[in-house]
Design a protein around this ligand. Structure first.
Ligand code: NDP
Length: 253
């Protein structure tokens, strides 16, 4: 039997960007833990398919663009009316654009900042309005190994994830007094559509395995345990922290 501190059954969780990849795996983990889960993404058809792949009856979808303020406000209102009060928010939606910094276009800069950083502010603020009123809530921002370290060609991505780490701490400072805990989960190199070009590059793939003490790429399921902890009463006095789930990569040279 698991310890009651880890019991999150019956909670309602919204996971942004959960039609595939890490978000979908995290939503599956929350559903398996007994949560009512709301999947989000921009494509309603893809979301319906993704929802059908999850266990249980308590899976809902909410299609909205997390970079658009009015859509986010309407989306959160709709989820709370249709599904119920959001107890757990996972700000996961994100993107990667790889290019040398000298060639990086203004439009791409704004797009990646909007998708990876502004989204967490917009969705976090709307969800936290309700959570702080109710006096409880858990927010987990999906950060990255690149919240700490970077390599050539991904400076804008690292800038968004470094900023997301500090936004996490700021949310912790602002909303902690009203009973809302805000933490970050920092995945290392995980096999998903976002990293497929890197997985397919034998040299890069070998470098990841060499650099990672665990000796392999991460799988989306590797991230579930950390999320369930941060979303549970076991973490009621844990806030403003980033939990790196990276097979040890951030710890070694
Ligand atoms: P994917 O590209 O596989 O999935 C991204 C998800 O976000 C999709 O469901 C997509 O759906 C959704 N999405 C993108 N833009 C928006 C938007 N504007 N509004 C709503 N939904 C959106 O990414 P991953 O699963 O690999 O990554 C998920 C998160 O994990 C990201 O924040 C990423 O930075 C982070 N991460 C990933 C790592 C990895 O190795 N893969 C490592 C470290 C962090 P749709 O396009 O239909 O809207």
């Amino acid at each position: 039997m698991s310890h009651p501190l880890f019991d999150i059954s019956g909670r309602t969780a919204l996971v942004t960007g959960s039609s595939r990849g890490i978000g979908h795996a995290l939503a599956r983990g929350l559903a398996e833990a007994g949560c009512t889960v709301v999947l989000n993404g921009r494509d309603a058809t893809r979301l319906t398919k993704a929802a059908a792949e999850l266990p249980g009856e308590a899976v809902h979808t909410a299609a909205f663009d997390v970079t658009d303020g009015p859509s986010v406000a309407a989306g959160i209102t709709d989820v709370e009316e249709r599904v119920g009060p959001i107890d757990i928010l996972v700000n996961n939606a994100g993107m990667q654009l790889r290019a040398p910094l000298l060639e990086f276009k203004d439009t791409d800069w704004h797009r990646i900042i909007d998708t990876n950083l502004t989204s967490a502010f917009l969705v976090g603020r709307e969800a936290a309005r309700r959570m702080t009123e109710r006096g409880h809530g858990k927010i987990v921002n999906i950060c990255s190994l690149q919240s700490e370290v970077v390599r050539p060609g991904i400076a804008p991505y690292a800038a968004t994830k470094g900023a997301l780490k500090m936004l996490t701490k700021g949310m912790c400072a602002d909303w902690g007094p009203q009973g809302v805990q805000v933490n970050g989960l920092g995945p290392g190199y995980i096999e998903t559509e976002l990293t497929q070009p890197l997985v397919d590059d034998p040299e890069f793939s070998a470098w990841v395995r060499r650099r990672t003490p665990a000796g392999r790429w991460g799988r989306t399921e590797d991230l579930v345990g950390g999320l369930l902890f941060l979303a549970s009463p076991a973490a009621d006095f844990v806030s403003g922290q980033i939990l790196y789930v990276d097979g040890g990569m951030t710890s070694v040279l």
